[in-house]
Design a protein around this ligand. Structure first.
Ligand code: ATP
Ligand code: MG
Length: 597
């Protein structure tokens, strides 16, 4: 079993095992292939989501564990739904997710890598292009193979295994029959090879309008597998292509282009999700029918990642973007890779999660708590602790003189082997969170209450002497005394009180926007009734004006913080600018949704 460094490079995690890896291991033992080659083949019709992260880590992981190669390839056969915006976002997301992961390999920096993903030791193989040597780090495009794929279609026609069909889309569908009813042969099925070649050439030349003709495989219209009932191979679409330009007016269907792209790239293991199970026969038929030189790629299917309280479908996520239920594909509440990144989730946490859930053949829904746990584990080890107050209420320490500053040492990360500290300023006026004070406390309330005592973390014990209210009865300040003998080094430092709360100095702190995210949906399976939008959480975003300890003014995009007692936070990479910091809450400290014990 090989061992990989994780994000921090500290702990080592054993490489995962699963049924796909077992198959690959068997092939390696048999020396069946010179090299293991996989691919991740997104269609550029939306942003990648957390489900895709699983596929990326599986495909790149298997390649990496076997000294192989994994290609990021755009399956871009449907120009109507695709866009270069999606090509760019997908490339960025994949590079961000895997770049830091391949650190043990040769020196290589993927071109256009995400700034956070820059690695000193990337892996050139992951992006090596067989068709364009030197195009390291560039993704592959099925559309770059259109000419070859067209050639294969011509070859199928010559072998009497494909024909041009003039049935309308509706008739084609009707002729296909149903799973419990055989289909009917098209009246155009027996055209001669010469006529088919002529018509197909003219289809390419643009002689016919959209939908007038198709190229179909000649297989078996009575097959129980609907995908073998003379499936379409090419259709006419008079539209330009985002990558191939305006060269084509006929486009291959996904099934035809996919197996041939795999073949052209020398893919050995074409790993996809269970819904493609029924397509495998067509995948094999196409490659076998062309009598291609061996070795041929093979398709293997695994169950999709489904996550509780989450939608993993590009089509449905697109609806949320289009109807402005969220602020865009990279809204930090979205389960997109760009949303998760913007929210502050480290790539290593995402990898840890999608790898940890395993690979099976059974559809299931993974509890979102498993994901959140992976994120907390990762951040607990790496995040710097800081003090911040999300909903400030002013507290006056009446026995500290105005202008007086008492320094306190605060620990940066207790998880470090030798934790370091920084200085905090205790001043006459401080802020505490209004949730940490109750005028009429419930039983067993250990935070601050009239006449009660708490410890201000890293500082001292304070006692609440008096409430000051405005004319409307709102509390405007709490007047307290600080027991300075309970400070570090003081004679009563060991004096115990039941509650410890966080605070910041009113005069030595910064005011900042903080965005508090909650789950986007209120139910574990938002799409169970097909009406996922009805289950959007109206309180998925709360924006507060918080007070943060001054050191956070120098925060950088790459840093992660634990605001003590509140959760993990990171700068919003999009809306933060010099002089205007915006923090996102990446995740709360514990599962606020867990049933109360
Ligand atoms: P969506 O349903 O979100 O549009 P898709 O399968 O149509 O997803 P593709 O762009 O075709 O999106 O996906 C690229 C690869 O990612 C495919 O190999 C697909 O099997 C895999 N994939 C998609 N969704 C998941 C998921 N939830 N879990 C694991 N792998 C996935
Ligand atoms: Mg798809």
């Amino acid at each position: 079993m090989s061992v990989e460094p994780n994000a921090s490079g500290a702990a080592a995690t054993p490489a995962p095992t699963d049924f796909v890896r077992d198959i690959v291991a068997q092939h390696v033992t048999e020396k069946r292939y010179a090299k293991i080659v996989t691919r991740f083949p997104p269609e550029p019709n939306g942003y990648l989501h957390i489900g895709h992260a699983k596929s990326i880590c599986l495909n790149f992981g298997i390649a990496r564990e076997n000294n192989g190669q994994c290609n990021l390839r755009f399956d871009d056969t449907n120009p109507v739904k695709e866009d270069v915006e999606y090509v760019d976002s997908i490339t960025t997301d994949v590079q961000w997710l895997i770049a830091g992961w391949a650190d043990h390999c040769l020196g290589f920096k993927p071109k256009g890598a995400h700034p956070e993903a820059v690695t000193s030791n990337g892996r050139p193989d992951f992006f090596r292009a067989p068709v364009a040597p030197g195009a390291n780090a560039e993704p592959f495009f099925a559309s770059d193979y259109f000419e070859q794929i067209y050639g294969y279609a011509v070859e199928l026609i010559k072998r009497g295994k494909a024909y041009v069909c003039d049935l309308s889309p509706e008739d084609t569908e009707a002729y296909r029959g149903a799973p419990d009813r055989p289909g009917k042969d098209s009246p155009f099925r027996h055209r001669s090879v010469a006529e088919n070649l002529d018509l197909f050439t003219r289809m390419r030349a643009g002689e016919f309008p959209d939908g007038a003709r198709t190229l179909r495989a000649k297989i078996d219209n009575s097959s129980p597998n609907m995908w073998l009932r003379d499936p379409l191979l090419y259709r006419i679409r008079h539209v330009a292509h985002h990558h191939a330009g305006d060269k084509w007016c006929i486009y291959p269907l996904y099934d035809f282009a996919h197996c041939l792209s795999d073949y052209l790239e020398g893919i050995t293991h074409s790993i996809c999700t269970l819904e493609f199970d029924a397509h495998r026969a067509l995948y094999d038929w196409t490659l076998e029918s062309l009598d291609l030189p061996r070795s041929l790629p093979h398709q293997y299917e695994f169950a999709k990642l489904n996550l509780g309280y989450t939608i993993v479908s590009k089509r449905k996520l697109l609806q949320l973007v289009q109807d402005k239920s969220v602020a865009g594909w990279d809204d930090p509440r979205m389960p997109t890779i760009s949303g998760l990144r913007r929210r502050g989730i480290p790539a290593s946490a995402l990898r840890r999660f999608v790898t940890g859930v395993g690979v099976t053949k059974f559809d299931s829904v993974t509890d979102v708590a498993v994901f959140e746990h992976a994120v907390r584990e990762e951040l607990n080890a790496s995040a710097q602790r800081r003090l911040a107050v999300l909903k400030p209420i002013k507290l006056v320490l009446t026995n500290i003189a105005p202008g007086e500053v008492l320094e306190c040492d605060a620990t940066n990360n207790p998880q470090d082997e030798t934790p370091t500290t920084r200085k905090l300023a205790l001043t006459r006026e401080v802020f505490i969170d209004c949730d940490d004070f109750a005028e009429v406390p419930p039983p067993k309330y250990f935070r601050l209450k009239p006449g009660g005592e708490v410890r201000l973390k890293y500082a001292c014990i304070i006692k609440c002497d008096e409430l000051v209210k405005d004319s409307s009865g709102q509390i405007t300040e709490l007047r307290c005394t600080a027991d300075l003998t309970t400070r570090a080094g003081g004679p009563n430092v060991d004096r115990k009180v039941k509650g410890t709360i966080h605070w910041v100095s009113a005069t030595q702190s910064i005011e900042t926007e903080v965005r508090l995210y909650d789950r986007l949906f209120t139910v574990p399976e938002p799409d169970a009734d097909g009406e996922f939008k009805k289950h959007l959480n109206p309180r998925s975003l709360e924006v507060v004006t918080a007070r943060l300890e001054t050191s956070l003014g120098a925060a950088t995009l790459a840093e992660r913080f634990q605001f003590e007692r509140l959760g993990y936070f990171a700068l919003d990479p999009k809306d933060s600018a010099p002089g205007r910091l915006v923090f996102n809450r990446t995740i709360t400290l514990k599962d606020a949704w867990a049933p109360k014990k």
